[in-house]
Design a protein around this ligand. Structure first.
Ligand code: PGA
Length: 253
């Protein structure tokens, strides 16, 4: 049985005080009582990371960054390395989010380098993939996701792949209020699992978590998470309110 994962992607929201308050209230709401069986992860802006370590230390909630440099250190003004992220106590990093791909022109080759950097420093990677609306409508969505995975991820060994969580995020569903139907999500998740299986074998395919992202909220999470190949969610907008986010985490039970 794969463990469900519910990860919040705060994006560029929350100043330091607001972010720590949000983390504290997620922690309080999910405390004890076996409220959620999912692994809960908060992916904050960099500035929160070291303080999140203190806020979350006596809980099972993990935290992570939303991006990282592909380089280990040096003259890269404004960049943050994977070892810096790891040194805050963060366990995760999101790589390849569609907003990084489209606004910052991050291509599959660069993302592949970032994943290598993250794995080498002991970070777990939430690797995002997904098609834009035009690609969905023209029926090219399998092809697009296949290429993203082959170039970005499938250069790694079976052992390295144990550090990877895949997030399928159809770009047309991100922040739009349009959610993929549970059937559309399942169809793509099954396709991704089959790709994993043909490249790495059944065991790796069965143990790699595949999350859904794109307008996932408390009212649709249960339905999405009940699909056999949907192992939880990457949650944007709905992760900024602790009631809503915790209800999503509980829907993973
Ligand atoms: P959304 O974002 O939940 O606000 O659609 C998801 C994401 O971008 O990870």
């Amino acid at each position: 049985m794969r463990k469900k994962i519910v990860a919040g992607n705060w994006k560029m929201n929350m100043d330091l005080e607001e972010g720590l308050k949000l983390a504290q209230s997620v922690k309080d709401q999910l405390k004890g009582k076996g409220k959620t069986k999912a692994e809960v992860v908060l992916c904050s802006p960099y500035i929160h990371l070291s303080s999140l370590n203190a806020v979350l230390k006596d809980s099972d909630i993990m935290f992570g960054a939303q991006n990282c440099s592909s380089e280990p250190s040096g003259a890269f003004t404004g960049e943050i390395s994977c070892s810096m992220i790891r040194s805050t106590g963060a366990a995760y990093v999101i790589i390849g989010h569609s907003e990084r791909r489209s606004y910052y022109k991050e291509d599959d080759q660069l993302l592949n380098k970032k994943v290598a950097a993250a794995i080498s420093k002991g970070l777990k990677v939430i690797f995002c993939c997904g098609e834009v609306l035009k690609e969905r409508e023209s029926g090219k969505y399998f092809e697009v996701v296949k290429k993203q995975l082959e170039t970005g991820l499938f250069t790694f060994s079976e052992n390295e792949l144990k550090n990877i969580v895949i997030a399928y995020e159809p770009v047309w569903a991100i922040g739009t209020g349009l959610t993929a139907t549970p059937e559309q999500a399942q169809e793509m998740h099954k396709y991704i699992r089959d790709l994993l299986s043909s490249k790495y074998g059944k065991e790796v395919a069965e143990s790699t978590p595949i999350l859904y992202g794109g307008s996932c909220k408390a009212s649709n999470a249960g339905e999405l998470f009940s699909m056999p190949d949907v192992d939880g969610g990457l949650i944007g907008g709905a992760s900024l309110k602790s009631d809503e986010f915790c209800a999503i985490a509980e829907a993973a039970n």
